[in-house]
Design a protein around this ligand. Structure first.
Ligand code: GRF
Length: 216
């Protein structure tokens, strides 16, 4: 079966890109990365693409008069590479509505909280300030509002009393590296059905026991 062609958009260190590269390296994984796009020259993640022999381009948003022009340039590269699914992985630009219409239901994002809690920036600071005992991460279909859209996969991660934003971020990031490849796999296997604001997963594995935090 043909593998789903991914375009991964990054702005920074690229650890989620690296987790997708690792997943795609497995012979039975149903997706492959056709192109990596960074809007930041020298973004750390570009080195992962280079090492893996994956095509990568830098499109500097500052060189475009407005968001639409930048989005059009990104769109052109993605189409030229035959991309079928766009994965935002630490991409620090808001994607315009026109782009989202052209790629309707084919743009996904990873966010380091259990959405709809704590959208936006300074996510772990928000979680610690709210005093939640569980945080986590979310892969979702991208809609025009920031960090909004049908949820495909979430992972819950405990918050402990002496957490700092950095320790919590590190624990959540480990879970991110598991759920992004999982969400992409489910999409590639055509098991993700969007029904309004919800996602139905075909042949969904049975949920496990609840995660208690603190443990009992
Ligand atoms: C991750 O925490 C992701 O959830 C958020 O931005 C961060 C990107 O990290 N959207 P990396 O560049 O993938 O290491």
């Amino acid at each position: 079966m043909a593998r789903l062609k991914l375009g991964v958009l990054i702005s920074g260190r690229g650890s989620n890109l690296r987790s997708l590269i690792a997943a795609c390296a497995k012979p039975d994984y149903p997706a492959e990365i056709a192109l990596v796009v960074s809007n930041v020259p020298g973004a750390g993640g570009l080195a992962f693409a280079e090492q893996a022999g994956i095509r990568h381009v830098t499109i500097r948003h500052k060189e475009f008069p407005d968001r639409a022009a930048f989005d059009t340039a990104v769109d052109r590269e993605l189409r030229a590479a035959g991309v079928e699914l766009v994965c935002l992985a630490g991409f620090m630009r808001i994607v315009g509505t026109e782009f989202l219409e052209r790629w309707r239901d084919r743009v996904v994002n990873i966010h380091p909280s259990l959405l709809p809690s704590f959208p936006g920036l300074h996510v772990h600071e928000q979680a610690l300030a709210a005093g939640v005992k569980l945080s986590g991460c979310t892969v979702h279909i991208v809609r025009p509002a920031v960090d909004d859209g049908p949820i495909i996969v979430q992972a819950a991660v405990p918050v402990v009393s002496d957490d700092t934003p950095d320790t919590l971020a590190a624990r959540v990031l480990e879970a991110e590296h598991r759920i992004y490849p999982l969400a992409v796999k489910l999409i590639a296997e055509k098991r993700v059905r969007i029904e309004g604001s919800r996602v139905r997963i075909d042949d969904e594995p049975a949920p496990r026991a609840p995660l208690l935090s603190p443990a009992d």
